[in-house]
Design a binder for this molecule. Sequence first.
Ligand code: PMP
Length: 332
Amino acid sequence: MVDAPPIDESHIGETPLLRVEHPGVPCEVYAKPEWYNLHAQPYGGGSVKSRIARSMLDAAVAAGDLDDGTLVVEPSSGNTGTALARLGVARGYDVEIVMPDEAPVEKAEAIRTAGGTVTYAPDYEAMLDLADRRVREADAYMPDQYANPANPGVHERTTGPEVGAQTDGRVTHFVAGAGSGGTVTGVGRALRERGDVTVVGYEPAEPRHGIDGLKYVRGSRYHEPEIYAPDELDDVLSVPTADAYYEARRLRERYAGRDPTIHDAGQYDDALVRDHLRVDGEFLVGASSGGALAAVTRLADRGDLDSDDVVVVPFPDRGDRYAHIPLWDDYL
Ligand code: PMP
């Protein structure tokens, strides 16, 4: 066990809301930058997955599934593994993340830095089998974001109500990518309770090599994650990786030398939010954030958005996690 620095878990949730200009779209567009979860904590900012790491660990403690020293094992190629390693190790558990060989080196490094261990499997299917085997061998606990109701549950309890409150109830559309489906399912449930909100999910057009964070929804045995409820959504779009990259790059260019408007700083203040908006002066969002903007463009092109609509998208993570993909080839 490494000595993990303490983490202030109160810096999870109540993330800011940014107003973003989105040419070609006739209405207001807002984005919720989820990298502010744990932004000023050891090892830097988190992602949307900080929320579910906390809720899944809390649920496991409440159910009596976790004792001091329990090994936590999760198959993950990305943000969930990083978030579980940071929170789990800080809480005193051993955390082992099983990754496919092709997983980004940045994510493996982040897991090890947080004190977790990384076990590699040759491919995605083998990763799932190996994680199951590790749970049996080591009598470990697997949170399993694809089946755990604490995943959509935390979005229904926190992310969704934040979107409603931060737009003063004006939100008319929520548009988000489905990886596990937790974000779009949970936020959708919360917003629907508040009134007439159109909830649109998008899936990657190229599931096996597509948008990071989403690419394994189809074509694997997680084809239909148990917690993903596409039948509750008003629409599900298919977004090509190229469109997601295009929108992320267009956003970076649009905000060269100026900041998006901080509509609501969430639990922070404007100065702090401004401090963590940029990476080396650039406004870089992750590929799935670009994908959400691409889905919004699609809705506008179809004539589904009016001038008085208010669209909200999540920005699940910041773009500096993606040096390994062609997203920022010209920059990183
Ligand atoms: N974007 C990124 C960068 C992610 O890591 C994930 C989750 N893997 C998602 C989007 C999708 O979120 P969810 O699992 O809640 O559908």
